[in-house]
Each structure stands twice: as C-alpha cells, then as structure tokens.
Write a protein that binds this ligand. Sequence first.
Ligand code: S0N
Length: 264
Amino acid sequence: MEISDFTDISYEVDNGLAWIVIERPERYNAFRARTIDELIRAFKAAWADPAVGVVALTGAGEKAFCTGGDQKQRAETGDYGPTETGLFEVETLHRVIRDIPKPVIAAVNGYSIGGGHVLHMLCDITIAADHARFGQTGPKVGSFDAGFGTAYMARVIGEKRAREVWMFCRQYDAATALEWGLVNAVVPMAELRSTVRAWADESLALSPTALKVIKHSFNAASESDAGIGSVAFDALDLFVESPEAMEGNQAFNEKRPPDFGRFR
Ligand code: S0N
C-alpha cells in the first residue's frame, strides 16, 4: 500500500514532525480494518524516514481522537472489513507504536474511547484538548482489550483506577486524566497542534540514538503485557461472535442500553 492510496488517514511530514490523522469524523474516527492497515503503513513510513524525529497521532475534527473499533461496520459485516493481508492487525499497530524508535505524541482532540483509548495510552506522550473525554466501553459493546488495555493501563494509572475504568465504563474529563497521570498536559483545543509542535521541537533537538534506547528501555518492563494481549485477543476472536458480544454491538447500534442479564 502506498501513502497516496490512503483513504482513512492522512500522513504529512512537517519539519521533522510526522502528523498521522485518522480521517473518519463521521464515525467519530472509529477504525475499521483498513484504517489499521493504513496506520501501520504510516508509522512504518515515519520509522524509515530519517527526516522524521517525532510522530503525532490525532483525529480529524474536534469531536473525537478515536472511538475504537467501528461498531457500524461490525454490525454490517460481522467484522471490521477487508484488509490487505486478510488479518485484522490491531496488535501489529500496538507493536509498531511501541517499537518505532522515535517519540510518539497523541494529540487527543475529543473522545478517546475503547480501542481508541488504548491507542493514546500506548503513545509515549499524550497532550489533550480541554474538552477531551477518556474511557473504555468494551464490557458495554461486547469486546475487551485485556492486554495493553488492562495491564499497561494499570502501570500508567494504578490498579484501582484501571479496574474502575474497565469495570464501570465511565467517561473521564481531561482534568481528571491529568490528575491521574493518564495524560501529560491539557491545553485549549485551539492550542493543541501548536503545543504538540513545541513539544516535538524540544525533542527534535535531542540525540535520536539516546531517545531510541530510552524508549525501548521503558518498553522492556511492560513487554510481558504483549504476551497477555495475545492470549486476550485469542479469547476476543471467540467472544466477538457470541450472542453476549453481539448483544453489546446491537444495543449500541440500536441506541439502547444492552441487556446482559441472561448471560450472567
Ligand atoms: C464516543 C461516544 C461516547 C460519543 O457519544 P455521543 O456524543 O453521545 O455521540 P454518538 O451519537 O454516540 O456518536 C456520534 C456518531 O458517531 C458514531 N460513532 C461513535 N462511535 C462510533 C464507533 N466506535 N463506531 C461507529 N460509529 C461510531 C455514532 O454511531 C453516531 O453516528 P450517528 O449519528 O450516525 O448514529 C459514543 O459514540 C460511543 O460510546 N461510541 C462507541 C465507542 C465504542 O464502544 N467503541 C468500541 C470499543 N471496542 C473496541 O474498540 C475494541 C475493538 C478491538 O480493538 C478489537 C480488536 C481485535 C479483535 C476484535 C476487536 C473487536 O472488538 O471486535
């Protein structure tokens, strides 16, 4: 896939900073399988390009950063749509965000929910607009990310808070996210891009080799979370086709609360 083939995201390099933008605002920047393929391709382009020192990930518009898997696509086809390889490569995307040897900044411009919340968490730095909202919805819509989504979250915000996020599926505002250490800074939406630019410029002045080794040394401690994630995604493959998971998906699309009572 060439960058010129992108339909779901855009990719642009500006003075050492690569901007990767999810361009599906009508779906609150939810990802389908193609979106994931394009994101992986874009991160690899930034990895390979010596002109890029920092990567920023954001969503189009001011409503959403990313709201995870596309629940309408899931209702239409039972999956997230076709891919180049035939695989739904969300784990590969997680890997590439962690492995790219350059700082990755999430610029959270609205809702960061479900699989979209996991994406911002995996970025090295998160800068949020002051209207941003954060949360997990898996147990509401019939999915889970019980790898980095749970284990890494506990490392970031602590066990009690991570369990609260997953077991109640609440939303949290940007001020709470800052207080919890879930984000590094909160700024007005109008200053989000310029703030990311300023942070990127500070990092671009530093030794790329030192940054590479530092990033990978931070990753080393949480590598076992990837193993837990593989097991969890195996389980998710089985779960998503169950009546219980489908009830969550149907309820979202029918704009009603799910009824999980019969599965207890
Ligand atoms: C973001 C929320 C909280 C916004 O609520 P609000 O403000 O009330 O707006 P809405 O009217 O709900 O939304 C506005 C429009 O945007 C559409 N939309 C929003 N989110 C999605 C989405 N994720 N997919 C498709 N469309 C979306 C709305 O439908 C609405 O459009 P209209 O007006 O046309 O009806 C709220 O929208 C919300 O809670 N969204 C859903 C968030 C969610 O549950 N995401 C999925 C969570 N799960 C995952 O991400 C896991 C996926 C995954 O990682 C996976 C990995 C491997 C293998 C399998 C899976 C798997 O799950 O199957």
